[in-house]
Write a protein that binds this ligand. Structure first.
Ligand code: ADP
Length: 172
């Protein structure tokens, strides 16, 4: 039986400034594992995002539409949040957090995050996924730097994101 109670809802939180092919790879994997994926874009003013919340939301929505059209993946949605992540997860009835792991350098921070989220909300489980090798090195911050210095970002992001990055390149 698959009533509402048994649906596995997973939240994939991040700044998504902007969404990359690394995020997209993680999303494709998560979409196979869980019934519903909710991408949760953190307002995250502390990180000084270069894209506004509205822009980040639009770019993520375009990626969701592309995954639906190109890969027939239809169980991903996006929302924004500016509360504690654990409170957002409760609100949307999710018991799973998805995080992507890249190099060893991600580990320390992720370990702290799991520790904190688990003590705030013991029922929440964090699942780590790794992108395929060719996307593992991609990070939003490095892509912004490449764009700023006039490099080609098209291998790392969707055409829509690449276009936006070119528009922003001078002010990054
Ligand atoms: P945050 O500000 O929370 O780090 P990001 O938007 O940078 O948000 O990343 C969201 C999540 O996606 C994080 O768990 C991050 O490790 C993961 N991620 C980002 N890029 C990649 C990638 N290339 N491969 C695997 N995971 C990634």
């Amino acid at each position: 039986m698959n009533n509402g109670m048994s649906q596995r809802i997973a939240v994939y939180p991040g700044t998504f400034d902007p969404i990359t092919k690394g995020h997209r790879d993680i999303l494709q994997r998560a979409a196979r594992l869980f019934d519903h994926i909710i991408i949760a874009i953190a307002v995250n003013a502390g990180k000084n995002p270069i894209f506004s919340l509205t822009e980040r939301l639009q770019l993520v929505q375009q990626e969701i539409d592309a995954l639906s059209e190109e890969k027939n993946i239809t169980n991903i949605k996006v929302q924004t949040f500016d509360t504690l992540l654990v409170d957002f997860a409760k609100k949307v009835n999710a018991h799973i957090l998805i995080r992507g792991l890249r190099a060893v350098s991600d580990f320390e921070y992720e370990l702290q995050l799991v520790g904190m989220n688990t003590s705030l909300s013991p029922d929440l489980e964090t699942i780590f996924l790794m992108a395929s090798e060719r996307y593992q090195f991609i990070s939003s911050s490095m892509i912004k730097e490449v764009a700023h210095l006039g490099g080609d970002v098209t291998p790392f992001v969707s055409p829509a994101v690449a276009q936006k990055l070119i528009e922003k390149a001078s002010i990054i």
